[in-house]
Design a protein around this ligand. Sequence first.
Ligand code: GLN
Length: 194
Amino acid sequence: MIRIGVLALQGAVNEHVHALQAADVETVIVKKAEQLNDIDGLVFPGGESTTMRRLIDKYAFFEPLKQFAAAGKPIFGTCAGAILMAGDLAGEEQAHLGVMNITVERNAFGRQRESFEVALDISSVGESVEAVFIRAPIIQKAGPNVRVLAEYDGQIVACQEGPFLACSFHPELTEDNRLHQYFVQMIRELKISA
Ligand code: GLN
C-alpha cells in the first residue's frame, strides 16, 4: 500500500491525514527526518510558511527534505506548503526549499479578501473542485517545465512540475478530495515507471 507522510511541524496536518485516508492510502505523521525514508510521498500542509521554515531548521529537516526532493520523491504543497516549495519568492531575498521552478507571492489574495471559497476547474483533476483560499499566495510565474493546472482571477493557483504538485488553496479543508486523489495517482504512476 502507498504510504504518504504529512509534515507535522505546524499547520493543517490532521485535515490532510483525513483527506489522504479517504483516498485510501496509509498515512504517516512526519515529526522526525528519519521518517522520510519510509514514505512514498509527502504533503506540506498550509499554515504559516515562516514559522514552518523555522521549525524545519530547528528539527534538522532542511537537508533531508532537499534530498527527498532531489531523489524525485513526490511532494504536494498546499498554501504555505507551496511557498516552501517555490524556487523564488517575490519581494523576498531567499526562498526556502526551492524544489519547483515557480515564483510565489505570499498573501497575494489575502490583501484583497482574507479568505474565500470558489469552485475551480483543475486540469487532469476535475471540474468545480472546492477550493478554500486563506491569506493565499499566487503563483506569479511558472518555468517551462511547469504545467499550470488551474487559474483563478487570471492567476495561477495550481501547478505541477514532474513529481511536485503545488496549490495556493486548501483542498484539505473541504470534503472534496479529488486533488489528494490526483496526488495519490501521481505516486502510483511514478512507482510503476520506477
Ligand atoms: N500566508 C501564509 C504564509 O505566508 C500562508 C497561508 C496559508 O497557508 N493559509 O505562510
